[in-house]
Each structure stands twice: as C-alpha cells, then as structure tokens.
Write a protein that binds this ligand. Structure first.
Ligand code: SF4
Length: 723
C-alpha cells in the first residue's frame, strides 16, 4: 500500500552523487537503511538509477558505518599526537577561542573555509554568512571551483547570469546533440539513457561528440571529433567560421538580441577549416559536417562538462561554445541551448548562495558595491568586505605561505582532489590548525586534521539541493544522526553563536530554528534576481515535487527554459559575444614529456571513492586504476598490458599498471580520477607518487574562473624498475 507513491518504510530524497539529481526513495528498517529505488515521480530520472545510485544503501551498512564513519569530535593539541575524543562543548569552545584570538591578532583574512558541492544549500548558506557576514572574510571557496567555475564565468560573460538556459526536456526535442568534454554515459548515466531514448524516438537525431578519447559516449555518436586536448576554442571558432561562410547564422537574432558580434566575426575569420583541422588534429570534412549539422538544425543542444571547465582557458571554451549558439540562434527555444552538466550533486545550490570567494548570495558579485550593500542589509551587518577571498588553489598557497593560519575543510578531500599535491600537503602540514568536518574518517585529508568534526551524510540530512537543470528538490532524512554526528549547518551555527559571544555581539545573526528558516532567508535574498524563488516554499516542494527556478511570487510552476523572449539579464538586455581566442594547454608536450594525459570518471566510481570505494560490486567494472595507452605507443615502447609503468609529469609521479585501449590515439593517455594513496600503497609501491592522479596535474588555472587545469598534463611513461 502506498501513500503519495511511497511504501510505509520509504522516504523521499535524492542521490548524493552526480548533478543529474535523481530522486531516490530510501527504504529503512527501524534506524537502518536497507534499500533504495528510483523515485518514479522525480522529473530528473522517472524511477531510473545508475549503478552508483542503485547501490547507495550499501554505503550505509552497519559494518561500514562503524569502520569508516566519524562519530565523535576529536582533537589533538600538538602535531604528531593522536587525536583524542572530546565533547562538542570542549571542541567548539576551543575552536571559537582559537578563531577569536587569531582574527584579533592577524585579521579576518587569516582564517579560511573550504567547502564542497556535496553540501546542501542550507549548509552552504550558513557557512557563507559565518565567513562573509560575521567574521568579515571572503576566504570561502569550494571544491566546485575544481568543477563548475568556468561554466559560471562563461555564462556570466555571455548571457549575463550563471543560469543554465536549457533543461532535460530539451534532450527529447533536440535534432542535434553536441556533446563536448563529457563522457555522459559514465559521468551522467541517467541523462545518457535519456539521450538513448531520444535517439530511439527520433531516427533523424544526430549526435556529435568531441573528445580526445573514444569514450563509450563517443562510440555511439553519428560523428566523432577526436580533438587534441585543450583545442576546444579552435573547434568552436572554426564551426562558427563555417556557419558564417555557409549562411547558417541568424543575422536578425544577432542584431536584435546580442552585442559584440563584429569583433568576434573579425577573429573567427582566421579560423579556417584547414587551420582548425590541423590545430585540433581532426578531419576537415568532419569539422565541416559538424558545423553544418549544428548550424542548420532546427534545434541544437550542446551538453558539456569538465573537458571544457577544468582548463586554463575554461572560460573561453564555455564562451566560445555559447558564441556559436548565439550566432546560429540555437538558444531560447525547445531542444536548443548550451547546457552545462553539473559534476556534483549540489554545485548549483552552492552557486545560488554565493559559495565562492568572489560571489555573494543569489548570483550577486562581490565586486559590485550595490550587491554587497544588499547582502549586508539582508544579514543585518555593517558591510561585506570588498576584498576578494582566495580561490581554491590560491587558498592553499596562502596557507603554505603562513598568510592563512586556520583552515576549516568541510565535506571534501583536497589531499587527494587538488592539483600539485606537494604544495597542498605542505600547506596542510604547515597550517596552524586544520579543522576537518566530515562524515568519513578515512579520507586522506583526515590525516591532517587537528580537529575532526563528525558530520551527517546521505540518508541522515535535511534541506534542499539543485540539479543541473535548475531544479530544486527537498531532501528528507530517513534515519537519525549516528552517535554524536551533527548536521553541517548545525555545527556552523553552534560555532557562530559561540564566536559572536566572544566578539561581544549582543544579537545573533544565526537565530535559525532549522533548515527551513535558513532556506527562507536564502529565498528572500533571491527576490527580483534572475533566480527568484520567492514563490516557492518547503511546503510547495513537498506537495508539488521538485521545481525549477526562477519561481517568483505568483508563479505556479518554475521556468523550464530561459531566454525564450530573447531578453538576457545584462544591462542592455542583450547577450554578449566574447571575442574568444584559442590558447594551448598550460603543460605543453615536448621531447621530455611527450604524452598528453587526460583524466576522467569511471562508470561505477565517484570522486575519491570515500563512499563508492566501500561497495565491493562497484569494482566489477574496474578493479584498479591504470594508465590507458594506444597499442601503437605500447609497441613502440615495448610495453604490454599489465606492465607496471612509471608515469611522470612536471608535478608528480605514479606507478600504475598499463592498460592498452583502442579509445586512445597515439600520443595520448588516460587515467581514471578516483584512486588515491590506498591503491598504490596496497601494491607495495609506497613513496612512488601516492596521492592520486591529480598529483600529476598542473596548478595552472583559468584567469577568470580560477579553475585549475585538472584535465591535462604532459607526461613521460617508462617501464617501472622495481626492486
Ligand atoms: Fe545518482 Fe547521477 Fe546515477 Fe542519478 S545518474 S543515480 S544522480 S549517480
């Protein structure tokens, strides 16, 4: 017997892995999670789940919980000591005194918070207010900096707001789907199934994939463009050049709804098919075919992810693709538009509340005095500091330099995920105090924690998340908090209130009674902004189900698709062409480092595996990491499948087994991004680059988005000489 589609032991929630944001129904037996099924009523997945989502309940087993979970606060007073269990009162009192003294002595910018796209919107909101409103520092950044910040700056520079204009329904209505820098079949599997359905329902649908690697997504494409890593801007400018020549642009739309076209037109004149085919190392005829399909189709939808974002020219890549959409008027109509696929489950929610060092709530800009004043008024503080905070890489550099003394890391694992691990681990060792707020005590970053704060996680938390198509879903807890673990927002508020007392504040900024009151304040911050959700409430989300923003007061549904009226949220109301110029990758291949290395997700693992690594069946697809290389390159180096090879870049080294695959072209290699030091030390090669694949990557970052180039490094590969 079901009530509102739920069995008696089921609770509505979402999957905590990728940004598709699938709805799940969590099944419990008392306080134990015993099963999970896809929510048939959730518009992101209509009941479907991928291998990761359908095994979520296994990550909540009692054995794993007791082995891997952080369940009590722990502290150590001296480096090298073991952490000891403490009460929450002792721990938070110690932290508040430490923060107050450090801020008094060194100023507010001597402390920093590093957050996560796994947090719920309410968690994110409170930590931002704690740093920017109470402490007075903008040193709040997030692992979303490693994930989507180039998409943010690409949207803002061209369309005027960080708002993905398309939605999942557009997949069903597109005539051309252009997938770039995304192995959608692995990274966003439920979206990929929708693409497969669209192909079954529409035999005329054309799928173009541009990717350095012949991924499972690329294998199913009608046209595959195996571009060299980092050449995306040349590709998009080249496609625009062809569209211009073949009269596939829309001059009326350009005249009425855009600005800056003349400069871009002059630039793309140089991106001839011959030049672009050579630069990208693809066939000229394939390039022309891609441009013709894209430009002449009644509805072209592009879907993209880290191949564009994780790049030292990530903003230009995003902007160049959006330029192509604007010039051909493939935006603001069913089945068309640029559509960034969000990596993490709530990177969108973090962006909404301004969870980056240069942003403020509701897509406001820190460098805009009016925006700062609006948020100061909403929060009841004198001012928001104008000085930008440190972005992810800059933050760890400042910690290493002694400029930032106290670092509070929430729900993320920089000791594995950040580039240039030597720098990151040195920073973590040098910090005066590292606080790690985590559900799992097993991450590499926990080794550096002077203070470990146990947090709740999936199936225990309450709040909201927003998925890739701007859809907000209410998340409900299915089981109680384990042992002494607390919700992330609760920890932040308890700390903040204690700090307020030490700072002599007579009135608290954090008088919340629960997640709903936090969310209501966030909702108020969106009034009259592009993401206005003043017409929404927890009650509506629970009664009517997940809703897309904007959803202003008086609306009965959210907006599925943006810019259908041709009006963009810029000062002039017109979209802006950005004059994008191709720049090569930061780490160039040369005689010493002759191979391109790219990285990416594997089908059944998630990020640094702190959760998926606990489920045995998720290793049946790939049981260990490896360096994937073409047969041609392996033969040239007299290497064979399974040989251990020493992989070295300018930034780090690793020993890995060799995997020979037909997905790589000669000169190119690939490593799955998930494994960290556990794997390598397990093989007895400790000391040989034990920090995961990102240890090989360059810390170079995009000047506008500050997103590091985690997708590419130049490497050399030698057979490992083991004792
Ligand atoms: Fe979870 Fe993403 Fe799989 Fe959906 S597609 S079940 S959100 S991992």
């Amino acid at each position: 017997i079901t009530v509102n589609g739920l069995l008696p032991n089921e609770t509505r929630s979402t999957c905590c892995y990728c940004g598709v944001g699938c709805g799940v129904l969590i099944q419990t037996d008392g306080e134990q999670v015993v099963g999970v099924r896809g929510d048939p009523d959730h518009p992101a997945n209509f009941g479907r789940l991928c291998t990761k989502g359908s095994t979520l309940h296994l990550t909540a087993s009692p054995t794993l919980q007791s082995q891997a979970r952080a369940l009590h606060p722990e502290m150590r007073l001296a480096r090298g000591d073991a952490r000891e269990r403490q009460s929450w009162d002792t721990t938070l009192d110690y932290l508040t005194h430490k923060f107050a003294a450090t801020i008094r002595q060194h100023g507010p910018d001597s402390v920093a918070f590093y957050l996560s796209g796994q947090l719920l919107t309410e968690d994110y909101y409170v930590f931002n207010k704690l740093a920017k409103g109470l402490i007075g520092t903008n040193n709040v950044d997030t692992n979303s900096r490693l994930c989507m910040s180039s998409a943010v700056s690409g949207y803002k520079q061209t369309l005027g707001a960080d708002a993905p204009p398309a939605c999942y329904e557009d997949i069903d209505q597109a005539q051309v789907i252009f997938i770039v820098g995304s192995n959608t079949a692995y990274a966003h599997p439920i979206i990929y199934r929708r693409i497969e359905d669209a192909r079954k329902n529409n035999p005329d649908l054309k799928i173009i994939v541009a990717d350095p690697r012949r991924t499972d997504t690329a294998r199913e494409a009608d046209l595959f463009l195996p571009i060299l890593p980092g050449t995306d801007v040349a590709l998009f400018n080249g496609m625009l050049h062809i569209c211009l020549w073949e009269d596939l642009i829309d001059p009326a739309f350009i005249d009425a709804h855009t600005e800056g076209y003349a400069e871009l037109k002059a630039t793309v004149r140089d991106y001839t098919p011959k030049f672009v085919a050579q630069t990208c190392s693809i066939n000229e005829s394939d390039l022309v075919q891609a441009a013709r399909w894209f430009g002449s189709s009644p509805a072209s939808l592009s879907m993209y992810c880290q191949g564009l974002n994780q790049s030292s020219s990530g903003t230009a890549k995003n902007a160049a693709l959006i330029n192509l959409h604007l010039a051909t008027h493939q935006i603001g109509k069913p089945g068309a538009g640029p559509f960034s696929l969000t990596g993490q489950p709530n990177a969108m929610g973090g962006r909404e509340v301004g969870g980056l060092a240069t942003m403020l709530s509701a897509h406001r800009d820190l460098d805009n005095p009016t925006h700062r004043a609006e948020i100061a008024a909403l929060w009841g503080v004198d001012e928001i500091p104008a000085k930008p905070g440190k972005s992810a890489v800059e933050m760890f550099e400042a910690v290493r330099a002694g400029e930032i003394k106290l670092l509070w890391i929430v729900c993320t694992n920089p000791a594995q995920s950040m580039p240039e691990q030597t720098l990151i681990r040195e920073a973590l060792s040098k910090a005066e105090l590292v606080i790690v707020q985590e559900a799992y005590r097993t991450t590499a970053t926990c080794d550096y924690a002077d203070v470990l704060l146990p947090a709740t996680t999936w199936s225990e938390k309450e709040g909201t998340v927003t998925n890739s198509e701007r859809r907000i879903t209410r998340v409900l807890p299915a089981v109680a908090k384990p042992a002494e673990a607390r919700h992330d927002w609760e920890i932040a508020i308890d700390f903040a209130r204690r700090l307020e007392v030490l700072m002599g504040k007579t009135k608290t900024l954090f008088s919340y009674t629960g997640t709903e009151s936090i969310w209501n304040e966030h909702r108020e911050s969106t009034r009259d902004r592009d993401l206005d959700i003043t017409g929404l409430s927890y009650a509506i989300l629970e009664k009517q189900g997940p809703q897309q923003w904007p959803f202003p007061q008086g609306a009965s549904v959210g907006k599925a698709r943006l810019y259908e009226d041709g009006i963009f949220p810029t000062a002039s109301g017109k979209a802006r062409f950005v004059n994008t110029v191709f720049k090569p990758v930061a780490d160039r291949v040369d005689a010493r480092f002759p191979f391109h290395l790219t990285t990416g997700r594997l089908r059944d693992q998630w990020h640094g595996m702190s959760r998926t690594g606990t489920v045995a069946q998720l290793f049946s697809h790939a049981s260990e990491p490896g360096l994937v290389m073409s047969q041609i390159d392996a033969d040239r180096r007299m290497l064979k499948q399974g040989d251990l090879v020493h992989v070295t870049s300018k930034h780090g080294s690793q020993i890995l087994p060799l995997l020979i695959g037909d997905d790589m072209r000669a000169g190119q290699t690939f490593i799955g991004m998930h494994w960290g030091e556990e794997y390598v030390s397990g093989r007895g090669h400790e000391g040989e680059g034990t920090h995961g694949v990102n240890a090989l990557m360059s810390p170079a970052f995009d000047p506008s988005s500050k997103q590091p180039e985690l997708k590419h490094a130049a490497i050399k590969v030698l057979k490992a000489e083991l004792p």
